[in-house]
Design a protein around this ligand. Structure first.
Ligand SMILES: [Zn+2]
Length: 181
């Protein structure tokens, strides 16, 4: 399994490297919300010029909060931002969606079939909120970024700090400002 590869690498890593001791307060006092896409691994930090210790990085599928979760404060994104703001000194937030996101135009038929093929019954989810709603699927990454920015800006549990919305090109790493906070 891949985990064995990771463990073998890790053994070499800790033998060869000594990491500097740094604090958990993000140096740039910023939290960045982005997607879980594997193409963002390393490329994301390099494209933004981010080093270890600079920012908090929060990742959700699609850099989004699913629609049913947007109303309340108890979703994981708002909770994590609250921790960053109140406990770790975050004073600025950037929500960064990306082009060609897997959650854009997610196909409910494919999703249903894949769940069933792996022995999971999607029926309850389909009844409750619809599979796309549950997954947080969206049609347009720019619209999604604006919506998530507004959920964060309007959360009664977060203070008024700048919240920006951007889209990163997954192929070139170029950032596009969508909504400056
Ligand atoms: Zn994505």
């Amino acid at each position: 399994m891949v985990i064995d590869e990771i463990l073998a690498h890790n053994e070499r890593f800790v033998q060869e490297k000594t990491l500097p001791i740094i604090g958990h307060t993000p140096r740039k006092r910023m939290a960045v919300v982005t997607c879980m896409d594997c193409r963002l691994v390393q490329m994301f930090e390099q494209a933004l010029g981010l080093e270890r210790g600079d920012v908090l990085e929060l990742r959700t599928a699609g850099a989004t909060i699913s629609k049913p979760e947007r109303q309340g404060a108890a979703n994981d994104l708002i909770r994590s931002l609250a921790g960053g703001i109140y406990l770790l000194g975050v004073r600025e937030v950037a929500v960064i969606g990306h082009t060609h996101c897997g959650l854009a135009h997610a196909n409910p038929i494919v999703l249903t079939a894949s769940m069933q093929a792996q022995g999971v019954d999607p029926q309850q989810l389909i009844q409750d909120e619809g599979l796309e709603g549950w997954l947080g699927a969206f049609d347009d990454v720019h619209v999604n970024v604006r919506e998530v920015v507004n959920v964060i800006r309007n959360s009664p549990y977060l203070p008024k700090i700048p919240v920006h919305g951007l889209v990163i090109d997954i192929e070139t790493g170029k950032l596009e400002m969508v909504d400056r906070g």
